[in-house]
Design a protein around this ligand. Sequence first.
Ligand code: MGD
Ligand code: MGD
Ligand code: SF4
Ligand code: MO
Length: 705
Amino acid sequence: MIQTHYRACHLCEAICGLKIETQGEEILSIKGDPDDPLSRGHICPKAVALKDIHEDPDRLRYPVRRVTGEDGQQQWEQISWQEALDSTAEGLMRSYREHGVDSIGVYLGNPSVHNYGMLTHQNYLFRWLRSKNRFSATSVDQLPHHLTSLWLFGHKSLFPIPDIDRSEYFLMLGANPLASNGSIWTVPDVKKRIKDLTNRGGKLLVVDPRRTETAEIASEHLSIVPGSDALFLAALLNTLFEEGLTNPAGLSEFTTGLDEVASAVATFTPEHAAIHCGIDASTIRRIAREFAAADAAICYGRMGVSTQIFGGLCQWLIQIINIATGNLDKEGGSMFTLPAVDQVPRTGPGGFDRHRSRVRDLPEFDRELPAAAMAEEITTPGDGQIRVMFTGAGNPVLSTPNGRALDEALSQLDFMVSLDPYINETTRHADIILPPTSPLEHDHYDIAFHINAMRNTTRFNPPVFEPDADKLHDWEIFTALGERVAAALGEEPKAPVSPQEMIDVGLQFGPYGKDSEQDLSLQKLRDKPSGIDLGELKPMLPERLMTADKKIHCATPQALGDLHRLASSFGETPVGGLRLIGRRHVRSNNSWMHNYRRLVKGKSRDQLMVHPDDLHALKLKDGDQALLRSRSGEVTVTLLATDSVMPGVVSLPHGYGHNRQGIRMQTAVKHAGVSCNDVTDAAYLDELSGNAAVNGVPVELAAIA
Ligand SMILES: Nc1nc2c(c(=O)[nH]1)N[C@H]1C(S)=C(S)[C@@H](COP(=O)(O)OP(=O)(O)OC[C@H]3O[C@@H](n4cnc5c(=O)[nH]c(N)nc54)[C@H](O)[C@@H]3O)O[C@H]1N2
Ligand SMILES: Nc1nc2c(c(=O)[nH]1)N[C@H]1C(S)=C(S)[C@@H](COP(=O)(O)OP(=O)(O)OC[C@H]3O[C@@H](n4cnc5c(=O)[nH]c(N)nc54)[C@H](O)[C@@H]3O)O[C@H]1N2
Ligand code: SF4
Ligand SMILES: [Mo]
């Protein structure tokens, strides 16, 4: 019998609705669900990979333990769940007892945010292990967004979301939604939405060192020197104040500090920015005027402006521009969501710099230290040294700066455990790997991404396949480990409640719950598997603010202080040199989607893009192999000549580098590429936030001798 299942895709932030047909254990087809009120039938090529993930013979079905065979080679032996969980708890507790709780390091990666059971249940374990040495992909990613939201709006998750469908002018920096499908901006079908914007006479202006897929369909593209965006943004703001173009309108009633910001940016002239950005002063002034003149405008920036040396300042300046022009909380501007399961009032606002890393004195955010500090915290002896690692849904060897150093550091640990379905660059160092059920074997609710969505909707989906009795979900693994650790500590474990029960409570007591017309509950969502529309975003300030006095205080001391660092970093002459940036491709996803034949087929996509003028100057040519080196490392790359990158800029995607010993991902190994993070530098980061600067890294390119 053919069955139809409805399911949201969990692979990226667009959370597209899918219609999946199955017969018995077989997946017959995966298509877009036209009835999903958010994605309206849109999907990208990655959706079909859900079948490949589910069926992948390399995906672990049972826990494994690393052993040394008679030939001296590393091997993996299958063990029972009982043994795997007991040994894991023992390994963690041994270090806890002998060296204290901070000897346990934790790294959680990106898919943990796309898998709601991991979000709801990680604390079943970590509430017993309150180590200072916690890390996640946040600090190689969106940390500056959290900080800006905490400082300006009082909560780390109150993100202003571009209301593209009602906008007139969109200034986009360092984002390529045509490849990424949007980030901190859940916007399925973004290409059509951009086309609709320009067709109705609106404008999209993309600021990016590369003429990306998004730049190609934009109204205008401006190349910018990597790492100089904060100067550009400060100059925009300078012009807005200088020319009397600011108008916070209704926001004025609950906003303070814009005058202080105006004086702080008074020296950041367009002429000064032009020296470093590669965008002339008159263009900067024109953009400021266009932005101010538009009825509704959006300033938005993503990875390219977050993961660079002024990431924190860039994100803060972006929101100040939205506020100063009255485009925050306005239809067609940047707005706040009201999700059905609303984390904002239920979770802590987040905190910053309450403790620092032991070796380099880097600030924590939300009880996590910068991932760039992980390797040194493992290798530097002393009190609080990490001796044991727990990784979950992460591959930091490929995804964090100077991954080589981390790769080596992980091999020095006393014990390591990974909650992960694959033996990859990171998990190959584990003593035990705990593989969860396949994504299609568990239910799904998006806790994280509805808060970033350009429309309020909600959907819950039951599993497509029932897992065998001897499989565990990620959340069950956390619960089972938590029970064991609690027992070892002589504590009473928390009684397990399933993720779906938590969602049911969240829905019923949320903004569309019992006390509202919608009266949402899990049952209501089950009855509408394509999701329920909760309407377009609405103005919600000042009520939605989580600041103590319900005001936005623009004169953030940390950001104003960082303007001094900005000024002193850029003098009167251009910095020069070659800069490395990253890129994404729609058929790939971070480090873990190269094992699916349908996604990797076709031309290779891991070359280093170089401008023909730079190639000529270096006496290199398209297709050559060359050495790409930085202060921290060197890789051999294949060159791709293209004028889509500006001169002085080279681009290499991250997430490759599968040619290491002991990886069990047959297809990925055949499309190995090199890891961009073997060249990025753990010491090169945004001093304000601690976020890694994986973009704009100073590099050299040389012929192979
Ligand atoms: N140079 C450079 N570096 C970057 C970036 C960049 O642009 N340039 N981007 C950064 C960004 S934005 C991010 S988010 C990070 C990503 O960095 P990470 O989160 O560290 O890495 P991923 O590649 O997402 O690896 C995901 C891991 O989770 C596993 N996994 C997949 N699904 C599940 C699941 O359901 N449960 C469990 N338990 N495991 C699962 C996979 O097997 C894989 O091991 O990389 C960052 N690094
Ligand atoms: N297909 C696919 N989709 C994905 C992912 C993926 O790996 N593949 N990863 C997902 C994740 S985890 C995330 S966080 C999002 C990221 O989503 P996006 O941020 O939209 O994606 P990126 O392609 O990293 O875009 C960053 C852009 O910044 C530019 N850039 C680099 N340096 C600078 C700079 O100094 N200034 C400016 N102005 N621009 C700069 C780059 O050229 C690039 O075009 O994508 C998500 N979606
Ligand atoms: S854009 Fe592609 S990967 Fe992202 S949610 Fe939609 S179908 Fe999945
Ligand atoms: Mo990310």
